[in-house]
Design a protein around this ligand. Structure first.
Ligand SMILES: [Zn+2]
Length: 53
């Protein structure tokens, strides 16, 4: 898995190209290469910390 699949942010077309074959918009990677649930908790922890101050 190289994670090279990309998705158009406008019409959600999946493609391997850097640009959407449908509308020509630059595509983005639908999911980050590194995904860890712990990062999520760290994100919420940071938000919670701002609320707590
Ligand atoms: Zn598109």
């Amino acid at each position: 898995m190289t994670g090279s699949i990309r998705r158009c942010p406008r019409d959600f077309t999946y493609t391997l190209r850097d640009t959407c074959p449908v509308c020509g918009a630059p595509t983005t990677s639908p999911h980050p290469a590194r995904f860890s649930p712990e990062d999520r908790y760290g994100h919420y922890r940071r938000i919670a910390r701002q609320w707590m101050k």
